[in-house]
Write a protein that binds this ligand. Structure first.
Ligand code: GDP
Ligand code: ZN
Length: 330
């Protein structure tokens, strides 16, 4: 889940070779613009192959050169055409700004996306507005160390009174620094704000099933079907929508949709990560009477004192305590 480089030693060795390729590519571009190495963006990745978008927006099926390590969606790569016109070879991966990893089935970290700018956490007013689940997503967001914002979708389905209550709860989140957009894909409420918020950035969208992620994606990318069709064509007709995929947004930037990652709020998280994930607790950590205070029932707890003085919301402390308990049980 963290944006760290994997297999650091291995990668360092490989990087020297990659940097040489990148350097060669840059130099040769100056001298001979038609030399056929180019820079592209990884849109999808399947085993030893990847679909790469070139600077003209065309999709190419590329083979990944053996020693490159794992390629993920969002990687910028150097590729070269082979004699076989329908395929190209990826020679090098450019330095990544970050890599997102998720636990695989053996809980080993597995990278799935690179060069992400922000995470959009989608929740909905119904069937259940759950600040606690939102808190789980925020803890993972903080662990990953990326910026993010919260979407509260389906505003059309609640009464004015219920909406007031939700806004009161959500004011806490705005106060501690999480931007917020209220939306409805049925009434178009907030969609323009959403389009602006994602533009020119690489975004990843997460949230529980049923909150409206697909509906939102359809608004952010009206020609989604066209992009899916192009991908399937580049992939020799195979259906590819179950893979992590990078889509172009209509005003620039990209959206990564990763079916296996959408529900990352339920990933296993360590207790220290939970504490660190409640960002408004940070000024008080280290000030409790006991250095190993878990902010549960200990006397002299600075976090609980901050709740008493109104600096931390009682709901967030309670949510934190619930999360620690769930973690112990799980
Ligand atoms: P996903 O599982 O998160 O991708 O959610 P979907 O986009 O498939 O939406 C789940 C259901 O909620 C579908 O029946 C949508 O039509 C509906 N839905 C999505 N957004 C809204 C909304 O803003 N308002 C209402 N009333 N329904 C919505
Ligand atoms: Zn404490």
């Amino acid at each position: 889940m963290a944006p760290r480089k994997l297999n650091k030693q291995q990668r360092n060795r490989i990087r020297a070779a990659q940097e040489k390729t990148i350097q060669d590519n840059t130099d040769s571009n100056h001298e001979s613009p038609d030399l056929d190495t180019s820079v592209g963006l990884v849109i999808q990745h399947h085993g030893k192959n990847a679909i790469v978008e070139n600077s003209e927006g065309e999709l190419l099926d590329c083979r990944v050169r053996q020693n490159l390590g794992s390629i993920v969606c969002g990687d910028e790569v150097i590729y070269q055409h082979t004699d076989n016109q329908t395929q190209a070879v990826i020679l090098a991966i450019k330095d990544r700004r970050n890599v997102l990893v998720r636990p695989d089935f053996r809980r080993k970290p597995k990278p799935f996306a690179a060069n992400i700018d922000q995470i959009i956490i989608v929740t909905a007013t119904v069937p259940e507005f759950s600040p606690h689940l939102l808190d789980r997503y925020l803890v993972v967001l903080e662990y990953i160390g990326l910026k993010g914002f919260i979407v509260i979708n389906k505003t059309d389905l609640v009464s004015a009174d219920d909406m007031d209550a939700i806004q009161t709860t959500m004011a806490i989140y705005e106060r501690i620094g999480y931007p917020l957009i209220y939306s409805s894909t049925k009434s178009d409420h907030g969609l323009e704000a959403l389009i602006q918020a994602v533009s020119d950035k690489n975004n990843i969208l997460v949230g529980q099933s049923g909150v409206g992620k697909s509906s939102i994606i359809n608004h952010l990318i009206p020609e989604l079907d066209v992009q899916v069709g192009e991908l399937s064509q580049a992939n020799h007709g195979k259906h590819t929508t179950s893979s992590t995929t990078l889509y172009r947004l209509r005003k620039g930037g990209h959206l990564i949709d990763s079916p296996g990652v959408r529900d990352f709020g339920v990933w296993h998280i360590e207790p220290e990560q939970i504490t660190a994930g409640f960002i408004e607790f940070r000024p008080y950590l280290g000030q409790c009477k006991f250095h190993n205070c878990k902010h549960l029932h200990e006397p002299g707890c600075a976090v609980k004192e901050a709740v008493n003085t109104g600096h931390i919301s009682a709901e967030r402390l309670q949510s934190y305590q619930q999360m620690l308990n769930e973690n112990n049980a799980g």
